[in-house]
Ligand binder design. Structure first.
Ligand code: GLV
Length: 421
């Protein structure tokens, strides 16, 4: 593409498409692009860089990976209808989420314990999100204290806090207060993970870093949790395994919360944050989506935890369509699970999602090369989406609706191989 195109003057978002040119140009200056972002190749490369534990934890799905496979298959049944000779020179990937203007409808999904993928853990991910002006969502199972992640994220992008809710109200409140005081201004409660789904690979090698004394940083840096450790007479310095286990057992406790608890946590968050948005993540049924609206949630993330929780479940993208029909005009509907490229983002938007979160892609980038790896993956995804808008004839995110896709019936075959992609 022509780097001197006058389009740049008209656009309010960076010309992410130029990242393609930057990579094409590299051989002239003796450089090579960092790595291939084709999702299959990206995953393959990440596997070679990770320990067996890191690889298993990141790539594991529930059971036989059928939900994961369904997530991927569902994208294939929707096809984009490109439009030609549209003036896309002034196109814009920009959108807004909960009052924040952001560069694109693409955000960093919350993923725990990043230190098993890279020694710097969550920090490079938060930093790159800030740089690119896309939302960063921190997991309660993260391996870096909330306050340190906020510093790395800086002022360039909004940050959201994903809550795994303990059965210890004082601890929950303290986590929410820490998040709010550190500039995380949307709370997203995950409701599909009271405990991890049955993931064969992880169980087979006892792969749970927390029980090895790693990854409890949010807890170990929390004054209420420190009190709980003292009450249990556990010194984290002397007994890191017991301390980290106690933390993870308080957030992935295996003890379900039910709808009755939701008004309480909404009330706490609204009080602490002066009324900022509260959302549920993990919604897959229309009934639950309606219930979320009824109890006063400001948004929902239609997600099946990337197929890691319930095996043999419906595709998250299939759930999205019906949920948008039912509650799309009453609440802010977001999406994740199975997104591997710009076209997938586009399809989720076309089906009515207002925002799309990605997870495994940036995990692979982080595993391969740390900060430059996350940057390369996310810039490539933004470029892919921007270029798609250009070549498919869309000028703005708002123009992407159901008329932009053709959808085929759900008729999924038994997968012939269990590719994790
Ligand atoms: C936690 O969120 C996991 O999927 O392991």
């Amino acid at each position: 593409m022509d780097p001197k195109a006058p389009n740049a003057e008209y656009r309010s978002t960076p010309q992410y498409a130029e990242y393609q040119r930057e990579n094409f140009w590299k051989p002239n200056t003796g450089e090579v692009p960092p790595f291939n972002t084709d999702p299959a190749k990206l995953e393959e490369l990440a596997k070679t860089k990770l320990t067996q534990n890191g690889w298993f934890y990141a790539s594991s799905n529930a059971g036989q990976s059928y939900t994961h496979t369904a997530n991927r298959q569902a994208f294939y049944r929707h096809r984009i209808i490109p439009r030609m000779l549209v003036d896309t020179n002034k196109r814009d990937t920009r959108t807004s989420i909960f009052g924040h203007d952001v560069a694109a409808p693409i955000g960093i999904a919350p993923i725990g314990i990043n230190k098993i993928y890279h020694p710097q853990g969550e920090l490079p991910v938060a930093k790159v999100a800030g740089e690119l002006n896309i939302p960063y969502c921190l997991s309660t199972a993260g391996s870096t204290p909330i306050e340190t992640v906020a510093d790395a994220n800086g002022q360039g992008s909004p940050r959201f806090y994903q809550l795994y809710m303990p059965h210890d109200d004082e601890l929950t409140i303290n986590l929410l207060e820490r998040a709010w005081n550190s500039g995380f201004d949307v709370c997203i409660l995950t409701v599909d993970t009271w405990q991890l789904g049955w993931r064969h690979d992880d169980v087979a090698i006892g792969n749970y870093a927390f029980y090895r004394g790693m990854g409890a940083d949010l807890g170990l840096s929390d004054k209420v949790f420190q009190k709980r450790l003292a009450e249990a007479r556990i010194d984290p310095e002397k007994e890191p395994e017991r301390a980290c286990a106690m933390w993870i057992d308080s957030i992935w406790h295996g003890r379900a919360h039910s709808w009755e608890k939701i008004p309480w946590v909404i009330e706490q968050w609204k009080r602490i944050s002066n009324g900022r948005p509260f959302c549920l993540k993990g919604i897959q049924s229309v009934q639950d989506a309606k219930k979320a609206v009824e109890v006063g949630c400001d948004g929902i993330v239609v997600s099946n935890h990337a197929g890691r929780q319930v095996d043999g479940a419906i595709a998250s993208l299939d759930a999205l369509e019906e949920i948008v029909d039912a509650v799309g005009s009453q609440t802010y509907v977001m999406f994740d699970s199975g997104v591997r490229g710009g076209a997938d983002v586009f399809k989720a938007l076309a089906l009515g999602a207002k925002f799309v979160f990605v997870g495994r892609l940036w995990i692979w980038g982080l595993s391969i090369m740390g900060e430059p790896g996350v940057r390369h993956v996310m810039k490539s995804l933004l470029a892919d989406f921007d270029i798609l808008m250009n070549v498919a004839g869309f000028q703005s995110v708002e123009q992407i609706d159901r008329s932009a896709i053709e959808s085929y019936p759900k008729s999924y075959n038994l997968p012939t191989e269990t590719s994790k992609l």
